[in-house]
Design a protein around this ligand. Sequence first.
Ligand code: X8Z
Ligand code: ZN
Length: 657
Amino acid sequence: MEILRCYGKTSITNLHIPQPNEASVSSAEPFTKTGKPNFLLPSLTLKINFMQKNYILLAGILAIYSCSNDKSGSNNINKALQDSIQTYLNDYNKKYQQLNTIANETSWLTQTHIVEGDSSNSVANNKAQEALAEFTGSSFNIEKATQYLKQQDNLSQLQGKQLKSILYEAANNPGTLQEVVKARIKAETKQTEDLFGFDFKIDGKSVSTNDIDEILASEKNMAKRQKAWEASKEVGKGLKTGLMNLRDLRNKTVQGLGYKDYFEYQVSEYGMTTQEMIDMLQKFNKELYPLFRELHTYARYELAKKFNVKEVPDLIPAHWLPNRWGQDWSSLIEVKGINLDSALKTKDAEWIVKQGERFYVSLGFPELPKTFWEKSDLYPLPKDAKYKKNNHASAWHMDYDKDVRSLMSVIPNSEWYETSHHELGHIYYYLSYSNPDVPILLREGANRAYHEALGTMMGMAAMQKPFMENLNLIPKGNKSDEMQKLLKEALNYVVFIPFSTGTMSMFEHDFYANNLPSDQLNKRWWELAAQYQGIAPPTTRGEDYCDAATKTHINDDPAQYYDYALSSILLFQLHDHIATTILHQDPHATNYYDNKEVGKFISGIMTPGASKDWREMLKEKTGSDLSAKAMLDYFSPLMDYLKKENENRKYTLPELK
Ligand code: X8Z
Ligand code: ZN
């Protein structure tokens, strides 16, 4: 998805700098081996359609300095070079912002107003995306960024980061592969339309995804559950061909600048190799596995009891679970005394989003701009609407400045309460780094996982007991079972880990890096779901279906789902720091509300955007490297409880070796 696409920018040390033989980029260098400028090389006579005058001016300056060989002369050369780099970056940033703003507007329309048979929005969007791609992938920009990056000694850290970012953008759209890039843009727009224009039906009647989720959350009748689950998977069939085509086009485009495949390309934004990312995901999954194994055993037995099934299945049937992909099982538990869902029944959808804003404002963040409320699309469409919209929540940074919007379908329930806090986390991130110290190109998260983490952390904080008491969402001083509350949280955050590190990330790895063949997509998807999540489909799902493609991100946020896995680990680390160091409260029972120190801490992470290295930022803010320790500590009291509950129960997931 264009807007959700790239939150983070690469750290300076690891980005792949294309070598001349990796693409049909001119190998001409403007500097000779001795460091003297060589003005006769073709790179400076390229047909450039912007900034031309600056380079001619630079040529003049460098020509004068190159006559002098003394020390002060070479210092001056550096100054001139630095200035020219800055001029280039200023111009790039300006143009990048302009083109993105147009492309975001057209993209917004394709996702908020999908009319069957009307291609006007998608045609306009393709044109705008092509213009952006033509600019970011131009040979001119690739050459300039490559050449300037070689001048390491003359670059400020900020300049280096921006140049890396330019190459990263270019690699997705290389001008040398213009036809492939155009085909990919067209296919991406079409895939999004097919996904969100789909008319879900149960017994021939149109239903929304909110309707389906409601059935999976509360329906006791198994046949009805299966129908709803199966209805939710129908959309995948029609997405399979498009997805296969997109895989090839995505791989081909990034191969143009030397990446092995699209997975490697996306991972590189963290400054990591594919292997390093896979190792990190496996490590986190392994660390949380003993707890997940207890939760899985517990859930199998509890679900069988709930649905009156005598024989407890080894793998949990997917349609028994309250989420279409089995990524969040938390609504299995209702905690007496802290039932947020029943409290929200008295509120309307607007209250949910406004309450999110009030929370951020209470920490010292500004009120949302008026345009947020005017231009966002926050609530479900009326039943009789003649068009459809993207049903998955997202946050948009329209102009890389203060035009921020969210696209949601909020109804008053706890899931949308959490999601609203999540989306507002993106929105406040956008607003915070839209300041004069952060160049447009670095208006992203410290990495993509940070962007996902902060809003989810706020959502978690907004569901803790003292917080909800403070808001009068639950009566003050009610007795509640803390272990049940922790169990409910684990069924959300811990259960999410095998889905995000495993099923999703390993599928996308196999899909992009191993070219998974089209007759093995569903087979592999369900193999991974069994292995990582311990779940199985209600009936055999052949290759006519494409169940992976029913997940939004597989289509429009490709090869990036590990962002969410890492964000879960990160958010517990940040929350632990806030609870223990700032609030001096038990991490299980905090109240962030009104605390300006907490606001300062969060804003301190958001404000620099991607101008700081993500690892250094974490060390600076929490004193540690990224680690699952805080998450493990948080849930550790559950282990003994679950072991007791599971005594005499059969475990069907293997014990860790
Ligand atoms: O996709 C999202 C956000 C997008 S900004 C709503 N999330 C993941 C998902 O729904 O699968 C948030 C949690 C995980
Ligand atoms: Zn998000």
